[in-house]
Design a protein around this ligand. Structure first.
Ligand SMILES: *Cc1c(COP(=O)(O)O)cnc(C)c1O
Length: 417
């Protein structure tokens, strides 16, 4: 295969299977039946009953936490988590400078300030940089577990403990990932997850907050699940019970159809993760010796969810070939799903983080964060491309073909100069 000229230059492509090559979530008859059955049961659930209770019980038991509240999106879950954690006007929260923007944006709607901290060369929160950005207003630090590769939770837990900061997690890439056999989403005061379409656990649209803290749980309910659910779950003699009817005024409930889908997907999550684990290991082994390509350097404590396989591209090893040109050639080989992360990028590149006051009047006059302030986040983003991680044995040939396409382009790099 490697003897054929590059497809970009007129040779035979390495990947000959017609696309699309990757679709998520995998829909089976069990999913179709569950969603159809929900149509006959209830299409709106105002309290914690039916499929919503089923799903939350199953999630709480899967994660190993006391309380789970499902929401309409992951963004809403993050919003509820921050609100319930008592984060308010003027408070500062340390957020990795490289993540999907919704890890941080709900903070703007609480009058709080996301304080970006740079990442290390693996894309994980750099605790020395975080330390430099602490002030008397810093309340919490957020772990993001990008691409489902768990952060170093030993380091993060002791960092938060020593500084008496609340530790919160955005597990949206990392359902079922573990660090030292402990599930992501259980290390801090609370965690939020997206259940959006492509996420490892998918409801189509949805999210959840997980916590062991009952007080925080009541506040999550009051943030986005007002009236019946709050009236039934917050004990009448609790000081917050009098707010039950309105809560904090937002409505962020999950749709029962989405809950039904997530519930059947959850029964297969561990099978999906085990399949991804096998295929990710196979892809890493195949790509490890390819010049210019560096597979993730995983600590032994980390068991990822493999939301994606992020690869570091070292152009110096390929005669300086720019990543964009390399990827053009990879796409021409037929490996269409290889891509540079788009919206998961250095947050300072978004105008909302540079000039929040132009859109959110509460931030008028507040200095945004300047581009260039997070060199490692920008470096990691500019040198990373990612591959999907398949989970089914019958897709192993695709994983192999993608690895072959990348190896072929790397071995022909000089033809592209
Ligand atoms: C997807 C995602 C979110 C937002 O979730 P939605 O369900 O799309 O609102 C937040 N954080 C991260 C890291 C995500 O990947």
């Amino acid at each position: 295969m490697n003897d054929s000229p590059l497809a970009l230059l007129g040779g035979e492509p390495a990947v000959t299977v017609a696309g699309p090559h990757f679709a998520w979530p995998p829909i089976e008859d069990a999913d179709r039946r569950a969603v159809a059955a929900q149509l006959e049961t209830s299409v709106s659930i105002p309290d914690r009953s039916g499929i919503v209770a089923d799903l939350e019980d199953a999630l709480a038991s899967y994660l190993g936490v006391r309380h789970v509240v499902t929401t309409c999106t992951g963004t809403a879950a993050l919003h509820s988590m921050y609100a319930a954690a008592g984060i308010g006007p003027g408070d500062e929260v340390i957020v990795p400078a490289l993540t999907f923007h919704a890890t941080a944006t709900p903070l703007f709607h609480l009058g709080a300030h996301p304080v970006l901290a740079d990442v290390d060369d693996r894309g994980q929160l750099d605790l020395e940089d975080a330390d430099r950005r602490l002030t008397a207003r810093t309340k919490a630090v957020v772990a993001a577990h990008l691409w489902g590769l768990p952060e170093d939770m030993d380091a993060l837990v002791s960092f938060a403990d020593e500084l008496e900061l609340m530790l919160l997690e955005d597990g949206s890439h990392a359902h079922g990932a573990t660090w030292n056999h402990q599930t992501v989403g259980t290390f801090g005061a609370a965690s939020a997850f997206s259940l959006n379409g492509p996420k490892p656990l998918s409801a189509g649209e949805g999210g959840l907050v997980a916590t062991d803290d009952t007080e925080l749980y009541y506040r999550v309910l009051l943030h986005g699940q007002y009236n019946k659910r709050c009236r039934r779950e917050i004990p009448a003699d609790h000081p917050l019970a009098r707010f039950a009817v309105t809560g904090m005024g937002l409505k962020l409930r999950i749709h029962p159809f989405a809950a039904a889908l997530a519930r059947t997907q959850l029964t297969r999550l561990d099978v999906h993760l085990a399949g991804r684990q096998r295929i990710a290991a196979r892809m890493c082994a195949a790509l490890d010796s390819v010049p210019g390509i560096h597979v993730p350097d995983l600590p032994t404590a980390a068991r990822p969810s493999w939301y994606a396989l992020p690869l570091h591209y070292e152009r110096a090893e390929l005669g300086g070939l720019p990543l964009e040109r390399f990827l053009d050639a990879v796409h021409a080989e037929g490996a269409k799903e290889a891509d540079q992360p788009g919206s998961t990028c250095p947050l300072v590149t978004h105008p909302l983080f540079q000039a929040p006051g132009d859109l959110l009047p509460g931030y008028a006059g507040r200095q945004g964060t300047a581009a260039g302030a997070f060199p490692a986040a920008e470096y990691v983003h500019a040198t990373t491309f990612k591959l999907p991680v398949w989970h089914r044995e019958e897709d192993v040939h695709l994983a192999d073909a993608y690895a072959a396409a990348i190896a072929k382009v790397a071995s022909h790099a000089k033809d592209l100069m």
